[in-house]
Design a binder for this molecule. Structure first.
Ligand SMILES: C[S@@+](CC[C@H](N)C(=O)[O-])C[C@H]1O[C@@H](n2cnc3c(N)ncnc32)[C@H](O)[C@@H]1O
Length: 254
């Protein structure tokens, strides 16, 4: 019965082994997932990338929200034990590089699926900061570095775009493979005013099939972490009971 279910689910990329959770994908599965083309990923072309970078300083509201995210991220790094080797994925335009580089001897790897995004990142930061960053293009589904290469993966604003649970689990299992210690992921969660409002709005939008961003139930997100072999060490909310953003700090299970 279990065997039958596994074969069936595997066909649809549901690659969770329910009998005993498999924590890593084999190479074939990684290759398939690495080629996964999500509609949202295609959005980050040259026309959009510069605008994405500028968006965070466009208005007082955006600047405040960026400030709060940076403030929480500093606490995240502290909770993660001030890691020495960090992978920023997806790095986008490198919004968090000044923060990551505050620790003098930290090795910083930064990757994104979009070459255009990496080009923007390279053009907006000063040379002394860029000299600290090892940039490369890769997909979060198949990260192009060896097992256990980093102490910490810093993953901001990716998961709320990943609408299918099996895709999120595939990414989390890649994180499990690549990190030695911890992972931080930000996502939109339920249990707050904004999520409640969004749910009502979505219920009214019956014509719209494609969803670019989603709210994930906290219980579901935490189950997905466990499935991938990552245990919750703690979390920070952007604004408790009001905003949807939450950052989880996850510990690799040994
Ligand atoms: C909303 S931006 C967040 C960037 C950055 N973390 C930040 O907070 O400023 C999402 C990023 O995900 C990247 N991306 C999309 N699909 C990806 C994938 N499959 N693997 C890695 N990065 C991806 C995009 O190119 C884009 O830079």
């Amino acid at each position: 019965m279990i065997k039958e279910r596994r074969v069936l689910l595997k066909k649809d990329f549901h690659i969770i082994d329910t009998a005993r959770f498999r924590l890593r994908m084999d190479n074939k599965e990684r290759e398939i997932m690495g080629k996964k083309d999500l509609a949202f990923s295609a959005k980050y072309n040259s026309a959009h990338t510069k605008a994405y970078h500028e968006k965070h300083s466009a208005s007082i509201g955006r600047r405040l929200s960026n400030w709060r995210e940076q403030q929480i991220s500093a606490k995240v790094l502290e909770m993660a034990g001030d890691p020495e080797v960090v992978l920023d994925l997806p790095c986008g335009a490198g919004r968090f590089w000044p923060l990551l580089a505050q620790k003098k001897n930290r090795e910083i790897l930064a990757a994104d699926n979009s070459e255009d995004m990496l080009r923007v990142a390279q053009s907006v930061h000063p040379a002394h900061l860029l000299s600290r960053i090892q940039m490369f293009q890769t997909s979060a589904f198949q990260i192009d570095i060896e097992d256990g290469r980093v102490d910490h993966i810093f993953c901001m604003r990716l998961m709320h775009h990943i609408t299918q649970p099996e895709d999120r689990i595939a990414i989390l299992r890649e994180f499990f493979r690549v990190t030695r210690e911890t992972v931080a992921v930000s996502l939109w969660v339920d249990g707050n005013f904004k999520a409640f409002k969004r749910k009502r709005l979505e219920a009214r939008r019956t014509h719209k099939k494609y969803r670019n961003r989603i709210v994930i139930e906290r219980s579901a997100a935490e189950r997905e972490f466990t499935t991938a072999g990552l245990d919750v060490r703690g979390h920070f909310d952007f604004m408790k009971y009001y905003a949807m953003w939450r950052i989880y700090i996850l510990q690799k299970r040994t």
